[in-house]
Every structure is written in C-alpha cells, then in structure tokens.
Design a protein around this ligand. Structure first.
Ligand code: AMP
Ligand code: ZN
Length: 508
C-alpha cells in the first residue's frame, strides 16, 4: 500500500510504526458554526482512509480534536449572548449529527482544548525549559529559529518567510516567524490560570498535546491542505523540540473543496452548510460526490456535479435491486461460474486503486465497471440465484468500503415482485424515503427505478438492428451477409447463439 506523504513529497510504502496498528490524528473543526461541505470533505476522506486500513487488517486508533476556544467562538458567544462553552457544546452536538449522517465512523477520542489545559500548560513549560520558547509580556512564543528543520513540511525556509513578513506587527515577538503558545485574555474573554498569567493557548499547541496524550506515536497525521502551513509546520516544531523521533510518520492532506474556485470557508462566506446541501441531496449522494474526485485534488462544489453523483448512485442502486430481484435458477451454470471468476478482477482492481494512495476516484470507476458487467449479464438472460447473490455481495462490499450503504432509497420506495419465470415488475408504492429491507422470497421492497437502467450501460439498439438484418439475410439465404454480420458483432465482443426460440446474444 502506498500513501503520498506531504513531508517527503512522494508516494511511500505504508509501513506503520507498530505492526498491524495504525494511529491516526486528524485535525478537527473550530466549532462556532454548522459545518460546511468543505469541512465534511476532510471528514469523509479520512473516514474512508480509516475504513480501508481496517479492511486491510490494521487496528486503527483515531483521534480528532475539537477547537472549542478561539476568537471566532468568543465572537459568536457575544453575538448569541451565551457563553463560549455553550457555543462550542451546541456546535459539537451538531457536528456529530452531520458526521453520523455521512456515515463517518466515530473516532476513538474527541478531545477538546478546554479539557486539556493541564497538558497544554505542561508542554509549554517544557518548551520554555528546553529553550525553545520565551515569555514576553503575558505571552509565550515559540522561537522558530531554534527549530533546526523549521519549514520541512511546507518547504518554506525561515529566511524567505522573514523576507515576506510584514514589518514588526507584534513587538512582543522576537521574530515575525515566532508563533504564540499562550496569550493573555482580553476583558470578558474566557481564561485559564497559568504561570505566565491568565489567558488561553494559541491554536497549534493543542494538537501537539492531544496527539501525544491519546496516541503513543502518530502513524498518519491528517487534515486539509490549508493546515500545512503554519498549523502542521508548527505542530512539528513544537513536538519535535521535545522528542527525538519524528512527530508523525505520514502527513496526509486533502485538497480543498472550492466554491467559485476559492477554498470554501466560513471566513470568505462562500460556503454551504451540510444541512443546506442535504435539503436538496441525500447524504449518501453527498458522500459519493466527495469521494468522486482524488482526495488531494481541489474539487469544485456544484449542484450539477451533485446531480450527476445522484444519477451515478441511482445506477448502482438499480443494479443492486436488479440483482436482488433476478435469479430464478437455483443452480449456478458453468457460464456464470466463469463470469464470477472474471468478476473477481473488479475486487482486485478496486483494491489496487485504493492501495495506490486511496484513489477513490478510480475506485468509484471500478464500481461502475462492475455495475456495467452485472447489467450486461443479467439483462435479457435467465440467471441463477447463486450468481446474482455473489455479484450483489461484491457490489455491497466495494460500496461498503467507500462507506456507501447501497439499498437505501433515494427518495422513493418501490416494491419489486419476482415473477415465476424470468423477469419482474416494479410497483411504485410511496414517495417517502425509507430504509431498504428485503425478502428474497415473495415480495421485495427496495430502491429500483426500472429495468431500463440496466440497458443504459449498453446501447442494444445497434446490436438488435444488426441481428434483425442477419435474420433477414438468412431468410434470403444470403449466407455471406449473415456471416459478415455475425463476424462484425464478434469483433465488437457480441456472441450470437441461434436457439429454437430465436437468437440470443451475450457479451464476451
Ligand atoms: P476549520 O474548522 O476551518 O479549522 O476546518 C476543520 C478541518 O476541515 C480542517 O482539517 C480543514 O483543513 C478542513 N477544511 C476546511 N475547509 C475546507 C475545504 N473548503 N475543503 C476541504 N477541507 C477543508
Ligand atoms: Zn491540528
């Protein structure tokens, strides 16, 4: 398995520090607002990474923090006339509702800054003692010049940073590149007592402290790419000032979800909350959309793209419902056994894409290939129940690895009745969304639109027209034309079989 490591700028073989155990730390949100879909990209990406690692047999311990004290939270508390901790409580609760709706597996720990003050004060004291930090007028700053490899993650160097820095903005700092570890509170702001006076911590120190407390070591440290500098650079500087081993082995960063081609952010105002988007699209569609691009690439938010994700997911769901509905033969045929053997390649290919730095965009493409493969095999053929079951299980497995529960209704519930022989009919029952349940024998309830969707994968009209022309030629004893049509179709991968009831065609 390979992971792109921002630290080295390369895809590297993934070898966790401790065999079979993966410790992950992902920077969480600052909670002063409902989360927007950009934040959710980060959640969905690292949830998918975690699911895949678990599928590969690793035990994963995951930590994600909540920044629950910060200028914006304080500002919000003044606006809403409630305490900063009430603001944080409220939006943490909302964040869980959103994460659950997107099927994000819960992390093992969700530490909050306000619950970790002792550890933060201890670490700042250690940094001062070790000569990496200094006190200045109620503040504590990290002395970036003391950090030998400062800039190694973001590929920035101190001289360039200094050249680009504005003329001294903060006269408490020795250098513009130094960053704050502790700062005094303004009147009316929440504060904690410390050896340097009342105040609260800077942003970066929290993650160094929490990662160390909840994880013995960090295999994967994640977050959005906007955090590379200064947040993650500073985390490295602080943590590695006090330990010889690297703070984290692999640094993974998701690209931005953009809106108007600018990073979606609360401060720019170009954001859509998950709640807003979920009024128009089901959560599974939003998750599917967020996984349809490569996680490191920027991705533009658009309703048109969400609509096409919705169509894509409907196609997957339709195929799944067909697999549930079809399969009248009890015994698997030799031909189907061969097809199942072929279908194993989808699993191998899916894994290969995911092993290659979690390329969900390509993995999704494999799922569509499987859908196409299944639709072609089941469309117009009498198939066996063991065959449809196996294909359905494979489809469920691949989608499950992406955190997509197929079989959930997309806005409507339809009952599918299996008829005695080949085929089925659909019957729209209700317009309400309801979770899928199914019974194999008898009536089956689930999402399906129509049988036509199976044909979407394959334009059969051309084939059928050719078959009709071939029949005509045969009737006229024009064997040369008939054979030519058969050969042309064979070149397209279409095999014809003349049966007593007519011509049957299959795709090779
Ligand atoms: P914040 O609350 O802004 O600190 O964001 C919490 C997490 O979401 C961080 O890992 C961010 O990098 C990530 N994030 C924020 N905005 C976006 C975005 N537009 N696209 C992708 N990830 C984002
Ligand atoms: Zn962080």
């Amino acid at each position: 398995m390979k992971i792109y490591n921002t630290l080295t700028g390369k895809k590297e073989d993934f070898v966790p520090i401790q065999e079979n155990q993966v410790n992950m730390y992902v920077c969480g949100p600052t909670v002063y607002n409902l989360l927007h879909v950009g934040n959710m990209r980060c959640y969905v990406v690292f949830d998918t990474v975690r699911r895949y690692l678990e599928y590969k047999g690793y035990k994963v311990t995951m930590v994600q923090n909540f920044t629950d004290v910060d200028d914006k939270i304080i500002q919000r508390s003044l606006e809403e006339n409630i305490s900063a901790s009430d603001v944080a409580d409220k939006y943490i609760k909302e964040a869980f509702i959103d994460a659950d709706a997107l099927k994000i597996c819960r992390a093992d720990h969700y530490p909050r800054v306000t619950g970790e003050m002792d550890g933060i004060i201890t670490m700042i004291s250690q940094l001062i003692k070790a000569g990496y930090a200094y006190v200045s007028d109620g503040h504590v700053f990290f002395d970036a010049h003391k950090s030998e490899k400062y800039g190694k993650l973001s590929k920035k160097n101190i001289d360039n940073l200094l050249a680009g820095a504005r003329v001294v903005v903060n006269d408490q700092k020795r250098s513009p590149v130094d960053f704050v570890l502790w700062k005094p509170n303004k009147p009316g702001e929440p504060y904690w007592e410390s050896p340097w006076g009342n105040g609260r911590p800077g942003w970066h120190i929290e993650c160094s402290v929490m990662a160390k407390k909840y994880l013995d070591h960090v295999d994967i440290h994640g977050g959005g790419e906007d955090l590379i500098f200064p947040h993650h650079e500073n985390e490295i500087a602080q943590s590695e000032a006090l330990q010889a081993e690297p703070f984290a082995k692999y640094w993974m960063h998701n690209g931005p979800l953009t809106s108007g081609h600018k990073k979606m952010s609360k401060s720019l105002g170009n954001f859509f909350t998950l709640r807003e988007v979920a009024e128009k699209f089901p959560h599974e569609v939003i998750r599917f959309f967020l996984l349809s691009g490569h996680y490191r690439m920027p991705m533009e938010y658009s309703e048109a793209l969400l609509e096409s994700s919705q169509k894509g997911l409907e196609r997957i769901n339709n195929c799944w419902a067909l697999l549930i509905a079809l399969g009248t033969l009890d015994e698997i045929t030799e031909e189907e056994k061969a097809w199942l053997k072929e279908a194993k390649n989808f699993k191998t290919n899916f894994d290969a894409r995911m092993d290659n730095d979690f390329n969900t965009a390509d993995a999704v493409a494999i799922v569509f290939e499987l859908v196409k493969f299944a639709n072609i095999r089941i469309n117009g053929n009498v198939v066996s129940r063991p065959f449809t079951n196996k294909l359905r299980e494979l489809l469920e497995q691949l989608c499950g690895l992406l955190g997509l529960e197929i079989g959930l209704t997309l806005g409507r519930s339809i009952s599918v009745k299996r008829s005695a022989n080949f085929g089925f009919h659909t019957d729209i029952k209700t317009e309400n969304t309801m979770p899928f349940t199914h019974e194999i024998d008898g009536e089956i309830h689930g999402i399906v639109t129509s049988r036509e969707s199976a044909k979407e994968d394959f334009d059969t009209s051309d084939i059928e027209a050719k078959i009709a022309r071939r029949q005509e030629a045969r009737k006229n004893k024009d064997w040369a034309t008939a054979d030519k049509i058969r050969d042309d179709l064979a070149a397209q991968g279409i095999v014809l079989e003349d049966t007593p009831t007519g011509v049957r065609w299959t795709q090779k």
